[in-house]
Design a protein. Structure first.
Length: 419
């Protein structure tokens, strides 16, 4: 019987109470600046690979990852595409204003639709040098394109909320092309450097497809087209979903009680064929990156909500997995079958949703059998996710990586974690 840990207090203390007592200092390690990879390797799949399986650690190179994957594994990739979300304007006074796109506000909040909007749109943004850009000020930029000269303006829609209205005077060009014209690659802040032309293709997976992320799903940066094809030839399957990674992924935990940390909300889209596969397969599922984990586990909990009649919208709140009143949790297959039935009943070919799911030690993974991921910042939500998967073993993993000269964070080396 698969008993819910947070419902059966007879067996252990309430998980939320336990989580409230998590000491972030226990998830801290020393990360010197020179251990952070500031640039990618010349060849994507030549990074180091740390393999943690059944408590044992091995070292290899990423192009040999197929030797360490469970037989007949299915790899789940996040095919979001990073947009050049840092947009710069210059006022007539000479002041430089940086607008960092976060999420669409109107005429749609769906990222996939928002990228195709024409003429005007409004986004929630972060604004650099905001004190120099007052409410009512209009910013302008001009571009020469094959379609002629284009003027793009930016103004506050709601000043207090940093809602920025963009308008451009060419009705044939979608917003995604405007962003490509204006923006630069949104490198993580801990790289402490400006983006270069080479960052545009390298801070992007080779299988990226759906525009909308403002940070890359970096575990996938190690894959090449040839490596994916070779994995398929050797009996491994590849499946794709989309989670548009938000800037909140870099937000450190500042609350003494980790449950008070405001988890960022990210948009997910999963095709019906992928849900069908999840409902049928018994193969081990290996998530490529923490964003794929968040997507798969969130979709499972949506299925649980459907079975339990506690929700009809794919919106997973931060602590929903710990609050659902279920003593016998559905199997992976049963949960995804419920999602598939929901899609069939509503004539949906693609499932769209939002997730704030917070995975911390004590969480029971319902979908994945393992994870391919980079090495993360100390005291972060991603560090807690890793600890949830491998327990206190994360300390040995990170000590080994540091002692063996692994490169850390977005452009760094990789690991395969199989609990």
């Amino acid at each position: 019987m698969n008993l819910s840990l947070w419902q059966i207090d007879y067996f252990m203390p309430n998980l939320l109470e336990k989580a409230a007592k998590i000491n972030l200092q226990d998830y801290k390690y020393t990360l010197e600046d020179d251990r952070i990879a500031k640039y990618p390797l010349a060849q994507r799949d030549h990074s180091k690979l740390l393999v943690h399986k059944n408590g044992h650690i091995k070292h290899d190179q990423f192009f040999n990852i197929r030797q360490h994957l469970p037989e007949k594994s299915t790899l789940f990739f996040n095919n979001t595409k990073v947009i050049p979300a840092r947009i710069h304007f210059k006022k007539q006074t000479g002041a430089s204003i940086e607008i960092f796109l976060l999420s669409p506000v109107s005429p749609t909040t769906e990222i996939a639709e928002a990228m195709l909007v024409k003429n005007k749109c409004t986004w929630h943004c972060m604004v650099g040098n905001r004190k120099r850009w007052k409410a009512g000020d209009l910013l302008e930029r001009f571009f020469e394109t094959s379609n002629g000269k284009i003027k793009v303006t930016a103004s506050y829609s709601v000043y207090e909320n940093n809602h920025i209205r963009f308008e451009w005077d060419n009705n044939s060009i979608p917003f995604v092309e405007i962003v490509e014209l204006m923006g630069t690659t949104p490198l993580p802040p801990y790289l402490n450097r400006d983006a270069t032309d080479e960052d545009k293709p390298r801070y992007q997976t080779v299988y990226s497809k759906n525009e909308g992320a403002v940070a890359a799903p970096t575990a996938g940066l190690h894959f090449t087209d040839s490596l994916i094809q070779n994995l398929k030839k050797e009996g491994f399957s590849d499946m794709y979903l989309t989670l548009h990674v938000g800037a909140g992924t870099f937000q450190p935990i500042k609350s003494e009680n980790v449950l008070e940390h405001p988890m960022h909300c990210e948009q997910i889209q999963i095709d019906k064929s992928t849900i069908e596969y999840l409902a049928e397969t018994q193969n081990p599922i290996i998530a490529v990156g923490t964003t794929s984990v968040r997507s798969l586990e969130s979709a499972y909990w949506f299925g649980v909500s459907l079975i339990n009649n506690t929700g009809k919208e794919f919106r997973i709140s931060k602590l929903l997995p710990y609050e659902i009143d279920f003593q016998d949790l559905p199997t992976r297959s049963s949960s995804f079958q419920a999602v598939l039935n929901y899609m069939n009943n509503n004539s949906l070919d693609t499932l769209f949703g939002d997730t704030e799911i917070f995975i911390f030690p004590g969480y029971e993974f319902q979908v994945i059998s393992g994870l391919i991921t980079n090495f993360h910042q100390p005291e972060s939500t991603l560090m807690l996710l890793i600890a949830a998967l491998v327990g206190d073993g994360w300390k040995k993993i990170y000590e080994e990586a540091l002692s063996k000269g692994y490169r850390f964070l977005s452009f760094g080396d990789s690991s395969l974690l199989i609990p």
